[in-house]
Design a protein around this ligand. Structure first.
Ligand code: NOJ
Length: 747
């Protein structure tokens, strides 16, 4: 039990309840009930209303005082937060403090890699640390709730919000989601540096048709259960305090009105006792969907489906009372919603500690925060090509050309959703390389293009001249932050502007061409890959991206990032993902191209299998892929048993050897496949991974313990269980892992 000095008592304890000094569960329930019993219907509905702050304190203050607003979003300043809390706690009738929410997605001031980049670290401990720091910095300003992590499975690189996701794999997304929830929330929500997490967007939003934001989804029930819901269930089991309903309609039902999922699955099945908040006006947007005729019907459908807080829509505050009077909404529904809201406010310790120290600005950008930001950036970068050991570069180069619109783009490097991060604090690759090597090598810097979409080639000659004069060229290309994130989807994911031309020109003159792609999504980079001697892919890396890239380029550290999403060769291959089902006619690695087909060839000449004639079968890179400066070998896979029951644990061991010249970390991955199921099962599913550090030449026996219950899924009867039969397990460095063994799950 936690003892706290109660602010309410210092303030004369206007509300008796708030003087209790614990955050114990049963105690909280008692306090919730007691407070609820004192509330008018208007005050209850007020708790369900969330409004954004736009500098409009004068407009909002009387509403807070009247108890018409239970939470604010977008306050990110301690003085303003305290002022609002003071009105809520000292001037409103019942003194109920406010929830203050903000999109703290990948850092508050210190910005970490975008979530897609964080996923590429395959390092949940590190992801947790990033979230911890984000919470530490954000909570200093009075923020007590973040709208993260985003757990939308993303199989479509056109979708701008893939940047905010952990990629295409439900297992990796679940692991990273739990890590983030734990990081934000800490051991106890009532710690001053903890903030409530909000897994979003419940559910299926990432499956938007054509990758167009807010678009409809068509996810059938079993796929919903087996692919889209699991990361949310993981996050709820980890104690996530809130959850956000999504914008999309699935099979015609907007998620914000989906009672089956919001109430039956989330509340009844998963026993979630936190808050369900709508997305920003996802309630009233049901009118545009054609699912509700007016705001009143919106309020009725949303609240009855289970949405507790309406973000910005105003339909609750306007219509809920009327709907209660008409009997269309039950008072129990309102009471339950308010219980959830009050419960979180008690859990956060807000009744005892509504205020923050206004003199806490020194928590931002602390050295240890920047250190973690550097580490996360470093581990998230993926080496995709390294011909003839081009990398690492020698520190004894005489000269180096640094070129490209992303080499010194402090804002673009931060990525999407950086309301509070400041570009003035960003270390770009140009800064970092110059800081370290300006004394010892001649560094020529030419942008070539002003920004990633720039089509003006008039400065190319300068870039070419620089490249010609240098021992090596490092070209930084990619996409600006604004081309990614919410409502920023693309139909073409090739490099924009004249970047492709710049690559071609530099290829002609560079002694060695190293390309660094900085982006918020997988871009189609086949041509650039071919042109480059070495290519590093970095998702938008945040504040410390520059130092991380510099360290990798010059071998201070060795790349260990792995792709959290399959990279297509061409946009037309999308959706392309590793955990697909087999067709009845799977292609056998064929890459036959239209230009190889003889004229008037027989219809059946290519074998009647499933692939694109112009793009082949394979992606550019599979999920899980990433090179190192060293090489790793996987050998001697061994299972403890070849027949296991569904309550046993399979022990898989193998030998990993670092066969190259660098000490390095490998992300070892374990995949399984159920060979025959009651429904068609994915050809591979990631079930476990570990980061293993080995010195050059060293070998290690690696052990994975796989509880057979991890193989459970929702089958043809709609029940979640392990099905008996044959399985295969593989270990390897990516989802093409070949070292495998079969085993049986038996009764
Ligand atoms: C809309 C976005 O979809 C959601 O992710 C975000 O948290 C809210 N706006 C609040 O900014």
């Amino acid at each position: 039990m936690k003892k706290r000095v109660s602010v309410a008592s210092i303030l004369g304890c206007t509300l008796l309840l708030s003087c209790t000094q614990t955050t114990d569960k049963s105690d909280i329930d008692l306090r919730v009930e007691k407070l609820l019993s004192q509330m008018t219907l208007e005050e209850k509905i007020g708790q369900m209303n969330q409004i954004s702050f736009w500098g409009n304190s004068e407009e909002l203050a009387p509403q807070v005082k009247a108890g018409n607003i239970g939470s604010l979003l977008n306050v990110a300043d301690a003085t303003i937060a305290n002022a609002f809390q003071k009105i809520a706690v000292e001037e409103s009738r019942l003194g109920i403090p406010l929830l203050i929410g903000r999109d703290v997605i990948h850092g508050f001031k210190t910005i970490f890699p975008i979530p897609l980049g964080q996923a590429a670290t395959f390092n949940p401990e590190l992801v947790k640390e990033c979230a911890q720091i984000a919470a530490l910095e954000a909570s200093a300003t009075g923020i007590n709730w973040t709208f993260a992590p985003m757990l939308d499975i993303s199989r479509d690189a056109r979708w701008g919000r893939i940047a905010e996701s952990f990629g295409e794999c439900p297992y990796l997304t679940g692991v990273m989601g739990v890590a983030m929830v734990n990081g934000f929330q800490g051991d106890n929500l009532s710690n001053k540096t903890s903030i409530a997490a909000c897994p979003k967007h419940f559910v299926g939003y990432g499956a938007a048709e054509a990758g167009k934001d807010y678009n409809s989804t068509n996810i059938p029930p079993l796929l919903m259960r087996n692919l889209y819901l699991p990361p949310f269930e993981d996050a709820i089991n980890a104690g996530a305090a809130t959850i956000m309903s999504a914008f999309n309609d699935n099979d015609g039902i907007p998620m914000t009105a989906n009672k089956e999922l919001l109430t039956n699955v989330l509340r009844k099945e998963w026993k979630f006792d936190g808050i369900i908040v709508s997305d920003w006006t996802s309630t009233t947007e049901m009118i545009m969907h054609g699912f509700a005729k007016d705001d009143k019907e919106v309020a009725e459908k949303s609240v009855n489906a289970g949405v507790n807080i309406e973000m910005m829509g105003m339909s609750y505050i306007t219509h809920l009372k009327e709907l209660i009077n008409e009997g269309k909404v039950k008072i129990n529904t309102i009471d339950d919603a308010v219980r959830n809201i009050l419960r979180l406010k008690f859990r956060l310790g807000l009744f005892e500690n509504p205020y923050v120290d206004e003199d806490q600005q020194n928590v931002f950008y602390k050295e240890e925060n920047l250190k973690i930001a550097h580490k996360a950036a470093e581990e998230s970068i993926i080496l995709l090509k390294n011909n003839n050991n081009t990398l690492p570069l020698s520190k004894n180069l005489n000269s180096l050309a640094i070129i490209g619109p992303m080499a010194d783009a402090p804002h673009e490097q931060l990525g999407t959703w950086i309301f509070d991060g400041e570009k003035s604090k960003t270390i770009t690759p140009l800064n970092a390389i110059k800081n370290k090597y300006d004394e010892t090598m001649q560094i020529f810097y030419e942008k070539g293009l002003e920004f990633s979409r720039d089509r003006d080639k008039s400065q190319f000659w300068r870039a070419v001249q620089a490249a010609q004069s240098a021992d090596a060229t490092i070209l930084f290309i990619g996409e600006e932050s604004i081309l990614t994130g919410e409502a920023h989807s693309l139909a073409d994911i090739n490099l924009k502007g004249a970047q492709k031309d710049l690559v071609r020109e530099l290829k002609k003159v560079s002694k060695k061409l190293i390309i660094v792609v900085m982006a918020g999504r997988p871009l189609t980079i086949s041509d650039e890959l071919e042109a480059a001697d070495a290519l590093l892919y970095s998702f938008h890396l945040g504040t410390m991206g520059g130092t991380a890239i510099a360290d990798l380029l010059f071998g201070e550290t060795v790349p260990s990032g792995k792709l959290p999403v399959t990279f297509p060769k061409e946009v037309g291959q999308i959706p392309i993902y590793y955990n697909h089902n087999n067709t009845g006619r799977p292609a056998d690695n064929t890459e036959t191209h239209i230009y190889d087909i003889p004229l008037e060839a027989e219809q059946t000449s290519l074998g009647m299998t499933s692939f694109h004639l112009d793009a082949g079968l394979k992606p550019l890179f599979p999920f899980g892929f990433g090179l190192s400066y060293t090489t790793f070998e996987y050998d001697f896979i061994k299972l403890n048993k070849h027949e296991v029951t569904d309550n046993e644990t399979l022990i898989v061991t193998f030998t990993l050897t670092n066969t190259g010249d660098f000490d390095a970390t490998e992300v070892v991955q374990l995949y399984t496949r159920q060979l025959v199921g009651s429904i068609v099962r994915p050809v591979k599913e990631l079930k476990a991974f570990q980061r293993i550090f080995l010195k050059s030449g060293e070998s290690q026996k690696v052990t994975f313990s796989l509880p057979i219950q991890e193989l459970a899924f929702f089958g043809i009867d709609g029940q979640r269980k392990v099905e008996h039969g044959s399985f295969k397990v593989w270990v390897g460095g990516d989802s093409n892992a070949k070292l495998g063994e079969e085993f049986m799950v038996v009764r």
